[in-house]
Design a protein around this ligand. Structure first.
Ligand SMILES: Nc1ncnc2c1ncn2[C@@H]1O[C@H](COP(=O)(O)OP(=O)(O)O)[C@@H](O)[C@H]1O
Ligand SMILES: [Mg+2]
Length: 239
């Protein structure tokens, strides 16, 4: 794979990487040195703001999410960090992206501890997050939007249960929840938790409503449901 060659070139001092900047390669190197990543298998996803790869170590597969330092949509990130009172993040691009990556990693930990089904966080270095890989040997778990569901009602309840745990036990609202940020493989797994909003934030309920709206819209293809039903279910759920 291309970046592997880049990485080797970088280590040997031959060239600069075309894919990753130096600091990203250093982070990858540190994680490899610790044995947290032994090799990178293949890219799972190439997004606007970063890439997710499947990696491997002695214990099995891992997912490696790498935020791009150069092309990230900077404005969106500073907007979200402001909601969290992190306005004083240095104007320096890299430090903002590191703060963002740290926030996603901290969120994964908090959510995992609260019992929300998210990939278990494993390690972070700079803009590189290593977490539990969701999928099989053959392929990563599909997004909910592409998944085959035998009983959409059961999957729906599982989503709402996780939203509820997230709101009430972890004190967070996802704020970008939809069938694009939920994996489904027998059970649902919530991903992409960098932009969460604290439940006590005055804006939080607005975001919870929007998340509920997206979820209702998706499941509305299978049965009758609206966002108010979801909000009610979240508030009433005994956690
Ligand atoms: N832990 C994981 N295991 C398997 N696949 C994952 C995992 N995390 C992310 N992915 C895949 O990578 C894609 C992008 O990840 P995501 O965190 O949503 O980043 P973004 O949407 O910001 O690019 C997801 O749609 C999913 O297909
Ligand atoms: Mg996403």
């Amino acid at each position: 794979m291309k970046w592997k060659a880049d990485f080797e070139d970088f280590l040997s001092g031959r060239t600069e990487s075309e894919v990753f900047d130096k600091s990203t390669l250093m982070s990858l190197w540190k994680l490899m040195d610790k044995g947290i990543i032994e090799l990178i298998d293949f890219p799972i996803s190439t997004g606007k703001e970063g890439n997710v790869f499947r990696g491997k170590n002695r214990d099995g597969f891992v997912a490696v999410k790498i935020y791009r330092i150069n092309t990230i949509t900077f404005r969106n990130i500073s907007k979200y960090l402001q909601y969290d009172g992190l306005v004083n993040v240095k104007k320096n691009r890299r430090s903002v992206i590191y703060a963002w990556s740290n926030k996603e990693f901290a969120n994964l930990s908090r959510l995992h501890e609260a019992g929300v089904r998210v990939p278990e966080p494993i390690a972070i270095d700079g803009n590189v997050i290593v977490m539990e890989y969701i999928g099989t040997e053959e392929m990563p778990a599909p997004l909910l939007k592409d998944a085959e569901m035998e009983e959409p009602e059961t999957v729906f309840d599982d989503v709402v249960k996780n939203m509820s745990l997230m709101y009430k036990r972890a004190g967070l609202v996802h704020a970008d929840l939809s069938e694009y940020n939920i994996l489904y493989q027998k059970e649902v797994v919530i991903i992409d938790v960098g932009q969460t909003i604290k439940a006590k934030n005055p804006m939080a309920y607005k975001f919870l409503e929007r998340d509920a709206y997206n979820v209702a819209k998706f499941f509305g293809k299978f049965f009758e449901v609206d966002k108010d039903k979801i909000l009610k279910q979240i508030l009433e759920e005994k956690i």
